[in-house]
Design a protein around this ligand. Structure first.
Ligand code: PEP
Length: 247
C-alpha cells in the first residue's frame, strides 16, 4: 500500500512570517493520513528548524556536485544538515529557465539519493509536445535518463511527479483521463525496468491542483498524491487538498 503524499512548492514566494504562520497552522496535522511537506526557498529551510512543530521540509533544487567552487549552488550535504527530507529535481521551471537537461536532472536525483535525500523527480510535456502527440515519448526520455542510473534502483526511495507544463500555474488542470493515462504509462515504464519498485513507487500529479479538483484527481488508481504550487501559498486551500488526499 502506497502512503499518500503531498508537497507544497512555494517556488520563490513567501517570507519568514508566512513560514511561521504555516508551521504553526500545520503542526496540528502532522499525523494526517498522508505524508506532507513544503518545499520552501533555501533560506527558509534553515529558519524552519527553529519554528514550532515538526513539519517536513523540502528543497526546490540541489547541486549535482558534492562541494566546491560552484557559486550560488546548494549541496545535498547542506540540505541534509538542515534536516531536509525531500528535494525537487527537474521541475519544469528549472528545465525551462535554467536549461536543465534530462541527464543533469538524473545526476541531481542520483546525488540526492546518495546523500540520503528523497528526490521528487518531475517529468512532463509542454502543450506543443502534447499537440504533436509526443507526450509519451517526451516523458519516457525524461524518465529513462533517471532509470539508466543504477538500473532503476533510485526508485527504492524517490517520488515521481507528473507535471504537464501546460497545466502548471495556468489554472488549467489535466483531465482525470489524461492524468490516469500518463500515470499508468509511467508505472509501466517503471515495471519494465524494475518490477519490484513499480508497485511501491509513489507517482504524484502536479498542475493547477486545488481543493475543487483534488477529489477527482486523488480518486485515480495510479495517483498517489500531489505537488501543489499556487494553492500551497494559501493555508486553508492547502489544508483542504491535504484532507482530500488523506481520505
Ligand atoms: C508546480 O509548480 O509544481 C505546480 C504544480 O504549480 P501549480 O500548482 O501552481 O500549477
Amino acid at each position: 500500500m502506497r502512503k499518500k503524499w503531498l508537497m507544497g512548492n512555494w517556488k520563490m514566494n513567501g517570507d519568514a512570517a508566512k513560514l511561521a504562520e504555516f508551521s504553526e497552522y500545520f503542526s496540528a496535522y502532522t499525523g494526517a493520513g498522508a505524508e506532507f511537506s513544503f518545499a520552501v526557498p533555501f533560506v527558509y529551510l534553515a529558519l524552519g528548524n527553529f519554528l514550532k512543530g515538526d513539519l517536513i521540509w523540502g528543497a526546490q533544487d540541489l547541486s549535482e556536485h558534492p562541494s566546491g567552487a560552484y557559486t550560488g549552488e546548494i549541496s545535498a550535504a547542506m540540505l541534509k544538515e538542515l534536516g531536509v527530507k525531500y528535494v525537487i529535481v527537474g521541475h519544469s521551471e528549472r528545465r525551462q529557465y535554467h536549461q536543465e537537461t534530462n541527464e543533469l536532472v538524473a545526476r541531481k536525483a542520483q546525488m540526492a539519493k546518495a546523500s540520503g535525500l528523497t528526490p521528487v523527480i518531475c517529468v512532463g510535456e509542454t502543450l506543443a509536445d502534447r499537440e504533436a502527440g509526443k507526450t509519451e515519448s517526451i516523458i519516457q526520455a525524461q524518465l529513462a535518463a533517471v532509470l539508466e542510473l543504477e538500473k532503476g534502483e533510485i526508485f527504492q526511495n524517490a517520488i515521481l511527479a507528473y507535471e504537464p507544463v501546460w497545466a502548471i500555474g495556468t489554472g488549467l488542470s489535466a483531465s482525470p483521463d489524461q492524468i490516469e493515462t500518463v500515470h499508468r504509462f509511467l508505472r509501466n515504464q517503471l515495471k519494465a525496468c524494475h518490477a519490484g519498485i513499480a508497485e511501491k513507487t509513489r507517482i504524484v500529479y502536479g498542475g493547477s491542483l486545488k481543493s475543487a479538483n483534488a477529489d477527482s484527481v486523488f480518486a485515480l488508481e495510479n495517483v498517489d498524491g500531489g505537488l501543489v504550487g499556487g494553492a500551497s501559498l494559501i493555508k486553508e486551500e492547502f489544508l483542504a487538498i491535504l484532507k482530500a488526499v488523506g481520505k
